[in-house]
Design a protein around this ligand. Structure first.
Ligand code: SF4
Length: 709
C-alpha cells in the first residue's frame, strides 16, 4: 500500500560497518527516496555510492516471496509457513535424537539484525544444546575479536569515530577504506584538511587509499607483524616508550620486546622482510614516535590471515607501549566489514562465545542457563565456520540452517563447500532472494526473509553505536522476520515460555537484560540502561553507544581511559607474536600470490547491490589485477580472458594490468558468482588456512597460476 505523504523514516545503511544513518522516504509504489541522515553521528548526512543507490535495489524481481519445500522429485514447490515450520521442528528434534545435538548447526550472517541473531543463538545454544552457531563474520573480524580478548581480556573496541577527527596521524593497515569504508575515509580526509592529520597506508596493493597517503608502505603479504615488531623495537631504542604506562597498566612487555627483537633484529632486516625501503620504514617509525595522537585502523588485510590475531596483537602492542589508548585521538581501531558483525559478537553469534560477550566459562554457563531457564545449554564451544563445513563434508553435521548468507560463494574452498551443502540430510535456507549459489545446493526448505526496508531491529557499527533499522515498506508476499521463524520453531519444540516474544522490542529488552544479569559493571558489554525499553521507546531509540550502564546517562565513549582492562589483574597484556609463516608456498607452477577483496560499488555476492545499474557500471565484469611485467611474461594483455587456478579450483576472469599491483601478486574481487553472473566465483580458488586463535581463514595469500584462455 505504500506510505504516501509519510515523513522520512530514520534507518541505517545495510552495507558496511561504518553504519551510516539513512533517511528513507517511501514513494508509495514499493520504492523510496534515499538521503543521508544529517543527525546520525556516524555520517552526519553523508552517504557513499552504495548507500546513495539503495533506492535502486528495492524491487521485488529477484525476491523469494513464499516458503518452498523440496518434494519427492527433488523440485521446490510452494508450501505454507505452518508446513515448513512443522517440518523444521520435527526434523531438528529427530536429528538430535538420532545423532546428538552437535549434529545440528546454524550458519548466520553479519547482515542479520541483533534480534534475529539473539533468537538463533538462544534456540541453538540454550534449547537445542549445540554451540555449532557460527557466522560469516568469522570471515570478517574474528581475528580482531581474538586479538582484543588476548590483549584486553574482552572483545572491546577502545575508540570512537571522533578519534579520527582528532588524530594527528592515522595509520591504515590492510584497509582500502576509500572504497570499503568510504564515509569514514571522508572523515579522515576532512581531518587532514582541517588539522593537517598525516596518513600512512600499509598494504600490499596500492589502492585508491594508498594513492591518498602521505606515506605508503607496500608491505609483503603477511609481513605486517614484522613492521609493527620493528616499530616496537624502534620505540624502545629511541626513548619513545611510555615507561610509566607500561609499568602501571600492562604485563608481558619484556617478553614482547624480546620477541620483537628476534622478529625484527634491525631496521634493515625489518625493511627487507617487509619489502619496503629502510627510508620509508624509518619515516613511518619517526612519525609514529613523534605524534602523540595516533589512530591505527586495521581491516581485512590484517584479519583475513592465517596469522591475523598475531597481527592485531603486534599493532596493539605499539599502542600499549606508548600509552596511546583510551585517549582522545589515539588507539588501535578495528574497522568492521559488515553492518552488524558487532551485534553478532554482542549476542554470542560466534561458536566460541556463549552470549552477551560471555564465553564458555563454568560461571558464565551457569549464569546464562539460569537467565534463559535453558534445559540443555551447550557447555562447550562449537565449530567455527571452516571447521563447521569440514564437519558437514565429513558427515558429522546432518542438519544446517543458513540465514542471510551465501557460503557457496564466500567461504574458501567454495567448491568443497558446495558439495558439502548438497550432501546434508536437511538444509534450510532463510534468505530474501529466490536464487543464489547456496540456494542452488538442493535445500530441503527455503524460507522468505524480510529485506532491508521491511525489517525492524538494531545493528551495531564499528564504534559500538547501536542504531535502529526501521521498516518503511510493507512485507512482500509471505516474507517474515528471521526472529519470527526461529521463535515459531522454538514454540513447536515446546519452548513457548522462553520464546514468548511478540516483537523485536521484546527481544532487544531481553538481550539488554542478559547483558546486565548479575554481573553488570564487571564486563565491558553493559546495556543495563536499555533493559526497560518499551516498544514506543524502542521505536524512537536514537543512535546509542554502549556501554550504557544507566538509562539516560551518557556513558564514557572511550574504553580504558583509566588504564584498567578486563583481564584478571586489570592489566593489558602485551603479546609475543609468532614469526610470519608461509602457509601455502608458491611453487614453480603456482608462482603468483592471490589476494581477494572488495570493489567500491558492490557488496558481498551482489544479490542487492547488483540490482543497481549505476553501481554495476563502475566495474561491470569480474577481473584479475596483474602487474604489467608479470602479464607480459605470460603473454597476457589488458582485457585478455585469463584462468586463475590454484590446487583447489579455478576461475575465468578478465585481466586488468594495474600499476598498483606488486610483481608476483594478483587481485581478484569477491563479489561475482554463478547465480548472478555465471562467472567470477573466486571462493573456489582460495586455500583458507585458518588462524589458530580466531579460526578466521586466510583469504589474501593463495598460490595460483594464471594463463590466457
Ligand atoms: Fe553504507 Fe558504508 Fe557507504 Fe555508509 S560508508 S553509506 S554504511 S556502505
Amino acid at each position: 500500500a505504500g506510505l504516501i505523504g509519510h515523513p522520512p523514516v530514520r534507518t541505517t545503511c545495510p552495507y558496511c560497518g561504518v553504519g551510516c544513518g539513512v533517511l528513507a522516504t517511501p514513494d508509495g509504489q514499493g520504492g523510496a527516496a534515499i538521503a543521508g541522515d544529517p543527525e546520525h553521528p556516524a555520517n552526519f548526512g553523508r552517504l557513499c555510492s552504495k548507500g546513495a543507490a539503495l533506492g535502486e535495489t528495492l524491487g521485488l524481481e529477484t525476491r523469494l516471496l513464499h516458503p518452498l519445500a523440496r518434494n519427492d522429485n527433488g523440485v521446490l514447490e510452494r508450501v505454507g509457513w505452518d508446513t515448513a515450520l512443522d517440518r523444521i521442528a520435527r526434523t531438528l528434534a529427530a536429528t538430535i535424537d538420532r545423532h546428538g545435538p552437535e549434529s545440528v548447526a546454524f550458519y548466520l550472517s553479519g547482515q542479520l539484525l541483533t534480534e534475529d541473531y539473539y533468537a538463533a543463538n538462544k534456540l541453538a545454544k540454550g534449547f537445542l544444546g549445540t554451540a555449532n552457531v557460527d557466522t560469516n563474520s568469522r570471515l570478517c573480524m574474528a581475528s580482531s575479536v581474538a586479538g582484543h580478548k588476548r590483549a584486553f581480556g574482552s572483545d572491546t573496541v577502545p575508540g570512537v569515530y571522533e578519534d579520527l577527527d582528532e588524530a594527528d596521524l592515522v595509520v591504515l593497515v590492510g584497509s582500502n577504506a576509500a572504497w570499503c569504508h568510504p564515509v569514514l575515509f571522508r572523515r579522515i580526509e576532512a581531518a587532514r584538511a582541517r588539522r593537517g592529520t598525516r596518513l600512512v597506508v600499509i598494504d600490499p596493493r596500492r589502492t585508491a587509499t594508498g594513492d591518498e597517503a602521505d606515506l605508503f608502505l607496500p608491505v609483503n603479504a603477511g609481513k605486517d607483524t614484522i613492521i609493527f615488531s620493528g616499530l616496537l623495537v624502534w620505540l624502545a631504542e629511541n626513548g619513545a616508550l611510555d615507561e610509566a604506562y607500561i609499568a602501571r597498566h600492562t604485563s608481558g612487555f619484556d617478553v614482547a620486546l624480546a620477541t620483537a627483537r628476534q622478529l625484527a633484529p634491525s631496521l634493515a632486516s625489518a625493511a627487507a622482510q617487509a619489502g619496503v625501503s629502510v627510508e620509508a620504514l624509518t619515516a613511518f617509525y619517526r612519525l609514529f614516535a613523534q605524534t602523540p595522537r595516533v589512530v591505527t585502523c586495521y581491516s581485512q588485510g590484517v584479519n583475513q590471515s592465517a596469522q591475523g590475531t598475531d597481527k592485531v596483537g603486534a599493532i596493539i602492542n605499539c599502542h600499549l607501549a606508548t600509552g596511546r589508548i583510551g585517549r582522545v585521538g589515539s588507539g588501535p581501531f578495528s574497522l568492521t566489514g559488515q553492518p552488524n558483525a558487532m551485534g553478532g559478537r554482542e549476542v554470542g553469534g560466534l561458536a566460541n562465545q556463549l552470549a552477551a560477550h560471555m564465553d564458555f566459562s563454568p560461571a558464565n554457563i551457569d549464569r546464562v542457563r539460569r537467565f534463559w531457564q535453558a534445559p540443555r545449554l551447550a557447555e562447550r564451544e562449537g565449530l567455527k565456520a571452516v571447521e563447521m563445513f569440514d564437519a558437514i563434508a565429513g558427515g558429522r553435521i546432518k542438519a544446517l540452517w543458513v540465514m542471510g548468507t551465501n557460503p557457496a560463494v564466500s567461504l574458501p574452498k567454495a567448491d568443497r563447500v558446495r558439495e558439502a551443502l548438497r550432501q546434508l540430510d536437511f538444509l534450510v535456507i532463510s534468505d530474501n532472494v529466490a536464487a543464489n549459489d547456496t540456494i542452488g545446493c538442493n535445500p530441503h526448505l527455503l524460507l522468505p526473509a524480510l529485506a532491508w526496508g521491511e525489517k525492524d531491529g538494531t545493528v551495531t557499527n564499528s564504534e559500538r553505536c547501536i542504531s535502529r533499522q526501521r521498516a518503511f515498506l510493507p512485507p512482500p508476499g509471505e516474507a517474515k522476520a528471521d526472529w519470527w521463524a526461529i521463535t515459531e520453531v522454538a514454540r513447536r519444540l515446546g519452548h513457548e515460555a522462553a520464546f514468548g516474544w511478540e516483537g523485536a522490542a521484546d527481544i532487544f529488552r531481553e538481550h539488554a537484560a542478559l547483558s546486565a544479569f548479575e554481573n553488570a559493571g564487571t564486563r565491558d558489554f553493559d546495556l543495563t540502561g536499555l533493559t526497560d525499553l518499551d516498544p514506543p521507546s524502542y521505536d524512537t531509540l536514537p543512535p546509542t553507544q554502549w556501554p550504557r550502564p544507566d538509562r539516560g546517562a551518557e556513558a564514557a565513549t572511550r574504553f580504558f581511559a583509566e588504564g584498567r582492562f578486563y583481564t584478571p589483574d586489570g592489566r593489558a597484556r602485551f603479546i609475543a607474536p609468532e614469526p610470519p609463516q608461509v602457509h601455502e608456498a608458491c611453487s614453480k607452477s603456482h608462482n603468483l600470490l592471490l589476494n581477494t577483496g572488495r570493489i567500491r560499488d558492490q557488496w558481498h555476492t551482489m544479490t542487492r547491490s547488483g540490482l543497481s545499474p549505476r553501481l554495476g557500471a563502475h566495474l561491470p565484469v569480474p577481473f584479475a589485477e596483474l602487474n604489467a611485467d608479470d602479464a607480459a611474461g605470460l603473454g597476457i594483455l589488458d582485457g585478455s580472458l585469463v584462468r586463475v587456478e590454484s590446487v583447489h579450483g579455478s576461475v575465468v576472469v578478465e585481466a586488468r594490468l594495474c600499476p598498483g599491483q606488486r610483481p608476483g601478486t594478483v587481485f581478484v574481487p569477491i563479489h561475482w558468482s554463478e547465480a548472478t553472473s555465471s562467472a567470477g566465483r573466486v571462493g573456489g580458488v582460495i586455500a583458507g588456512t585458518a588462524d589458530p586463535y580466531s579460526g578466521q581463514p586466510e583469504l589474501k595469500a593463495t598460490p595460483v597460476a594464471i594463463e590466457r584462455v
